[in-house]
Ligand binder design. Structure first.
Ligand code: SR1
Ligand code: MG
Length: 398
């Protein structure tokens, strides 16, 4: 599979024509490479009449690093199977897969070009009326239906086996839970933040809590996670939402996915304070972001509790008190993992445009510093915050 890269545009076009079934015979097709992610190659193939498909191809290395960082191509099978799993419960919230091709290490899928990348939309202060409800439903339905609360014991373990994803998990294990907490060569640190980074490397109480979260990431096979549910993996518009890119999918702690969404909303919240615009515009958008945090969590928790009550077969797990306790544990994990996402996007290898697009280094450092201190506080106090309203008050007061 290592030599599967398309040699030229004609090969990409022929592949799309043969495996999508959407182009009329004889249609004239064009192609453009549109990938702006870190890891893969993404092509858009289009015809004169406006029909188009996306081809995502996984090579045997990380795109932004090159052959020096090899990566298993099994990730594209995992992505195709995860998209199938997600489509079983939220068909409206994921792109349609037309074809998976193991030999080419490629997926042919629906073009969601009418939707905007959520990260860019948030930076531009777009208000997306359906976002909170859609992401909350996506998280509740995909996570509940792949957990032991729904699946029978044999099916659950069979699925855990299909989604063993060691290379991609190792990226997260290192980039989230190792690099930002030491002077690692992969880190990317604003020089104005150097003193704060050094203080964090000496912060033993914080490192203890991060170790606890990391160990749960390594060992807690609770549900099939998307595994990389940051704003760049979501496309949205006023009418709908699509979640893409589940190549990091594996069985892990539910709070990791939920916390990734929350952490990314809060990264934008902190960035807004220094992005262009009047104070009133920025403040109003920060209010919308916090409403979205609450709407997302409330949809997720409400739907998850409903599914537990209606569909959990095991009577020893289907108890009102257990539902409440279970969601309280997920909230604590969510707050903690959100904190690790915020810290790794500030000190680690992979930064986010919500902060990077703040041109003035002083102002960027102010936003980054706020992210670091809020992320730390969320990790440390994740077990005490207790409700989404309390988290929002905590963020506002920080
Ligand atoms: C080298 S990969 C860096 C990041 O990109 C992916 O989208 C994941 O978030 C990963 O941590
Ligand atoms: Mg990705």
């Amino acid at each position: 599979m290592t030599d599967c890269k398309f040699a030229n545009d004609a090969e990409v076009i022929a592949f799309a024509r043969d495996h999508s079934g959407v182009f009329p015979a004889g249609a004239h097709l064009g192609v453009e490479e549109i990938g702006d992610g870190n890891i893969n190659f993404v092509y858009r193939v289009f015809s004169d009449d406006g029909t188009s498909v996306i081809i995502k191809q996984a090579l045997h290395y990380i795109r932004i690093i090159g052959e020096g960082w090899p990566l298993s191509q099994d990730r594209i099978r995992i992505e195709a199977e995860a998209l199938q799993q997600e489509a079983a419960y939220c068909p409206d919230l994921v792109p349609r897969v037309y074809h998976f091709d193991a030999a080419r290490s490629a997926i042919v899928m629906e073009d969601i070009g009418a939707y905007e990348n959520l990260r860019h939309a948030l930076i531009a202060r777009a208000r997306l009326p359906l976002l909170a409800e859609h992401l909350g439903r996506f998280a509740a339905d995909t996570l509940f239906h792949t957990s032991d609360l729904y699946l029978d014991a044999h099916r659950k373990k069979e699925l855990v086996g299909r989604f063993i994803n060691p290379d991609l998990c190792k990226i997260t294990e290192d980039l989230f839970f190792l690099d930002p907490y030491c002077d690692h060569e992969r880190n990317n640190i604003n020089p104005l933040l150097w003193d704060e980074a050094e203080a964090l490397w000496q912060d033993e109480p914080l490192k203890l809590e991060v170790a606890r979260l990391k160990y749960r990431f390594l060992t807690c096979a609770e549900a099939l996670l998307h595994g990389d549910l940051h704003s760049g993996s979501v496309f949205a518009c006023a009418e709908g939402t699509k979640v893409i890119d589940p190549e990091f999918a594996y069985f892990g702690p539910i709070g990791f996915d939920v916390g990734s969404v929350l952490g990314n909303l809060l990264l934008n919240y902190a960035g807004q304070a220094q992005l262009p615009g009047t104070e009133a515009e920025r403040g109003a958008y920060q209010d919308w972001l916090l409403e979205t945090v609450a709407g997302f969590w409330n949809t997720f928790a409400g739907r998850f509790a409903e599914l537990m009550e209606a569909k959990t077969q095991d009577p020893s797990l289907n108890l009102a008190l257990y539902r409440e306790a279970y969601l309280a544990d997920i909230l604590a994990d969510t707050i903690g993992y959100a904190g690790t996402e915020m810290i790794r996007r500030t000190l680690g290898l992979a930064h986010v445009a919500d902060l990077e697009s703040i041109e003035d280094p002083q102002r960027r450092a102010q936003a980054e510093s706020r992210v670091l201190s809020l992320g730390r506080a969320m990790i440390m106090q994740r077990g005490e915050i207790g409700s989404i309203d309390a988290l929002i008050a905590f963020v506002r007061g920080h």
